[in-house]
Write a protein of this length. Structure first.
Length: 111
């Protein structure tokens, strides 16, 4: 018969596994659009959470460049973003500029 194996000791949580975000995020469901240079139309997306430094986006488009403009139609702001990570339809972004307000012309439907 084989000797009994000792169970592995419980793993200690690593300090690196902690959330490294610089700012707390608010849970939202903001209708938004990813705007790319040289394109007439953008890609619709949904912001799931947002902070002063970044956001979590859900997209249904293919590959995106590392930098793009995010137009938040719910808050009527635009900001330059950098894609930090992507997992299928979810994208984490950092804001490279402060959000700037814009107005949606009357009678125009965003996205």
């Amino acid at each position: 018969m084989y000797p009994a194996l000792k169970s592995d000791p419980p793993e200690k949580p690593e300090e690196d596994s902690a959330d490294k975000r610089q700012a707390a995020r608010d849970h939202v469901r903001d209708l938004s659009e990813i705007i790319l240079d040289g394109r007439k139309y953008g890609f619709a997306c949904m912001i799931h959470n947002i902070s002063q430094t970044g956001a979590l986006l859900e997209v249904s488009c293919g590959e995106l460049p590392k930098r793009f403009i995010l137009a938040n139609y719910t808050k009527q702001t635009k900001t330059l973003c950098r894609q930090v990570w992507r997992d299928n339809r979810m994208i984490g972004v950092n804001f490279l500029t402060s959000p700037r307000s814009f107005e949606i012309p009357v009678g125009k439907t965003p996205v």
